[in-house]
Design a protein. Structure first.
Length: 488
């Protein structure tokens, strides 16, 4: 096959070579001596909804004890509120929920959409979101504006039916997508689609772009939204002296000037040791508690008290009709209640993060050292393109290789989120062939975290299986690069 000179030629070549790549990946797993009993039972992250990490022993023990008790669920909710207020201040509050996505839904519907009560025709509202990664979460609750983004979710939502990504769009709500300064949005992948490359985002210039959008849409403006991550590969590499991403603080400032809420999706985040809602100045921050924190399946909404009143009321947690400070009753979003196990597990996980965060941070430190060491062994022709960053917010190590595409040369293949949904992301599906459960590995950015067969019952890192899974990723990247033809 002739050497590719154009991007789409390279991805076409990879598509044709997919069976061969999978065959070589299986052989590489044998060469790496991955035991049969580990195949399909360990992976690069324990923070994926499709295959979450096993519960730590300390969390499981608390849940088992609480399961034998008769406890009104409002008691657990108040315990969560007490911990949050202790850590962030009495002007903040919390509302547990069954998933992070449910938390986003409630937050947008209660804080950003127009009211449906009252006489006369309704009006439309708009919220502003940076054009960043994972737009199908934080940036998909309204109709896209400008219209050039109208099909931004088309392919990834095509198999989900009417109630997939498009089905969660809220009534009379628009989403204004604003590109970030310094970012690039080139087209890549076997499922050819624009990808956000965000390592070089310029915070100050991006804030000005968002300010311009806010001024243009001010008569309809009802909110702002973004991710809450803290790494360069997500566009949040520039930080202030306290380590808070400047872009997040800038968006919060704009939101305050317009008196509208700023909602942050920090699904893969850790309360207390990660991005601080108080330091950012946001109104709402939402977590997926079963990802990085070690809690059972559940979500958590943290926010300023004045906006949490609406959210807690919608969830039936804001007190009984006859006057109480808390309840666990029926409201508009009763379908999104967390159960007893989720609530008691959240309390346990939050206490660990408050009292003994080293349980979570120590494995991250050790994982970072292993990742850097294993990638030092990758083919020397691509070794220098990989950049590594440790995130306590997400409990991860980020691996970014955007720089391999400098100077107009074909670089390390970049797979899209559309590739993930189409099953053509070779960095994910290739790992599956090796018996390794993959992680988020698209947009020239790979997130690795502990927990999936790489930690013991206490959440501490097991070095040997960790080196195996990272070594498998290194070998797979070499195999894919070889078939891409970039070295010919």
């Amino acid at each position: 096959m002739s050497k590719p000179t154009l991007k789409f030629q390279m991805y076409k070549r990879l598509q044709l070579a997919t069976p061969k790549i999978y065959e070589e990946a299986k052989k590489a797993a044998t060469d790496l001596k991955i035991p049969a009993e580990l195949k399909g039972a360990f992976g690069l992250t324990g923070a994926i909804s499709g295959c979450p990490a096993p519960l730590r022993e300390d969390i499981e023990k608390v849940m088992a004890i609480e399961s034998k008790k008769v406890v009104p669920l409002a008691v657990y909710v108040d315990q969560i509120r007490e911990i949050i207020k202790e850590m962030y201040g009495d002007d903040y509050d919390a509302a547990p929920i069954n998933t992070c996505e449910a938390g986003l839904w409630v937050s947008f519907d209660t804080l950003v959409t127009p009211p449906f009560q009252g006489r006369g025709d309704n009006y439309r509202t708009r919220y502003i979101a940076p054009l960043e990664r994972h737009t199908h979460h934080q940036a998909s609750y309204g109709r896209p504006f400008p219209p050039k983004y109208k099909d931004i979710l088309a392919d990834r939502g095509s198999t989900a039916g009417e109630f997939g990504f498009y089905g969660k769009r809220l009534a009379n709500l628009d989403t204004v997508h604003v590109p970030l300064a310094g970012a690039q949005y080139p087209v890549h992948g076997i499922k050819y689609h624009p990808v956000p490359l965000l390592k070089n985002v310029k915070a100050d210039e991006s804030i000005k772009n968002i300010e311009k959008a806010a001024k243009r849409h001010r008569t309809l403006l009802s909110g702002f939204a973004s991710l809450g991550y803290d790494t360069s590969g997500y566009g949040y590499g520039e930080k202030d002296s306290e380590g808070t991403p400047k872009l997040l603080k800038g968006i919060a400032g704009i939101a305050q000037s317009y008196n509208v809420p700023y909602i942050i999706d920090n699904a893969w985040g850790l309360p207390f040791i990660g991005t601080s809602i108080r330091k950012v100045g946001a109104d709402v921050m939402i977590y997926s508690m079963d990802k990085a924190t070690g809690a059972p399946t559940s979500g958590l909404i943290i926010g300023k008290e004045d906006v949490l009143v609406n959210i807690r009321r919608a969830l039936g947690m804001h007190g009984n009709r006859y006057g109480t400070t808390a309840s666990y009753g029926k409201a508009a979003y009763v379908t999104q209640d967390p159960g007893k196990e989720g609530l008691s597990g959240q309390v346990a996980a939050l206490k660990v993060l408050r009292d003994n965060p080293v349980v979570v941070t120590k494995p991250i430190d050790e994982l970072y050292d292993i990742v850097v060491d294993e990638f030092s062994k990758i083919d020397s022709r691509i070794r220098d393109y990989f950049k590594f960053e440790k995130s306590y917010n997400c409990g991860t190590v980020e691996i970014n290789y955007e720089d391999s595409w400098q100077d107009g040369k074909l670089g390390i293949p970049i797979f899209t989120i559309e590739d993930m949904y189409a099953g053509s992301n070779l960095f994910q599906d290739g790992l599956t062939q090796m018996g390794v459960i993959p992680t988020i590995a698209y947009d020239a950015n790979i997130f690795i975290s502990p927990g999936l067969g790489t930690t013991d019952d206490h959440g501490q890192l097991l070095h040997e299986p960790t080196r195996m899974v990272v070594g498998a990723l290194v070998k797979l990247i070499e195999i894919v690069c070889d078939h891409a033809g970039i070295w010919e």
